[in-house]
Write a protein that binds this ligand. Structure first.
Ligand code: LIP
Length: 266
């Protein structure tokens, strides 16, 4: 038995209510790395999501940020980011979300990105569109960099790994209308789908960060791929690019040019 979009929406809202309870209260924060945090809110939200998925869809596989791979039977796979934007959350910065996606045979069919503070649920079903409440989502129309508001992010090893996106950022920030770094990949993608920003790219994310948001962008008329243009983002760490098709092509050209220059050592 497979879920429907309203089932995924209910899961995301339930997890979001847990995050609201923890937000701005005393919080236990642990380090997964030098700047990679996990809080009790992440864990409580994930425990809720895993429990609900296992109760209602027993035996289906789950890939969750904090507890990893939970194998199952058949071709169903849940991808769960119980709190996307953990660093923001831990600092009390109100930009974070819950991201839940459901895939069959490696293809995401349903996705929800939920912002618990604004109570905005960005929802998509493959082939049926993307929605924010009753509003159909449509990506922005910007087709030049100078007319584009862009958003990106930086990997947790930004301080130790020279491949940290700063070269792409430096190249694009001076060529765009503006650049933002919001701290939640799932919301970045949801905002591309909603036309609030025109383009997003980020390197070395995880499938749970982006699975729902990539479907949102695709169902809102955009193009969401790996940075190299490949469509599959479920097979492991992924660098992603999302925008309307014209801007996606332009951003790929610019990013490829920066990479080529770095590789040539010029
Ligand atoms: C975060 C992403 C963000 C990225 C961070 C981190 P988390 O996910 O949403 O875009 O820049 O490095 O991956 O860890 O808060 O779920």
């Amino acid at each position: 038995m497979y879920p429907e979009l309203n089932d995924v929406l209910a899961l995301a809202r339930g997890a979001g209510a847990i995050l609201r309870d923890f937000y701005e209260g005393p919080l236990t924060v642990e380090h997964k790395g030098a700047v990679d945090l996990v809080t009790e809110a992440d864990k409580a939200s994930e425990a809720y999501l895993l429990g609900e998925i296992r109760r209602r869809w027993p035996g289906q596989a789950i890939l969750a940020e904090e507890s990893g791979v939970h194998t199952g039977e058949g071709e169903a796979l849940w991808l769960v980011d119980p709190l996307d934007g953990t660093t923001n959350f831990a600092h009390g910065l109100p930009i974070f979300s819950v991201s839940v996606a459901f895939a069959v045979g490696g293809v995401v069919q349903l996705g929800v990105v939920y912002d618990p503070l604004r109570e905005e649920a960005f929802c998509a079903a493959r082939g049926a569109g993307a929605w924010l409440g009753a509003r159909r989502l449509q990506v922005g129309a910007a087709s030049t960099l100078v007319d584009s508001l862009l958003v990106t992010g930086f990997p947790y090893d930004q301080g130790s790994n020279p491949d940290n996106n700063l070269d792409y950022f430096e190249h694009l920030v001076v060529r765009s209308r503006g650049m933002r770094r919001l701290g939640s990949a799932a919301l970045d993608l949801a905002y591309v789908a909603a036309g609030r920003v025109d383009g997003y790219w980020e390197i070395r994310l995880q499938p749970w960060d982006v699975a729902a948001g990539m479907l949102l962008v695709a169902e809102a008329g955009g193009l969401a791929t790996r940075l190299n243009g490949e469509p599959d983002v479920l097979r492991g760490p992924c660098s992603v690019l999302a925008a309307n098709p014209a801007l996606h092509g332009l951003l790929r050209q610019e990013i490829d040019a920066v990479r080529a220059q770095a590789e040539s050592g010029v």
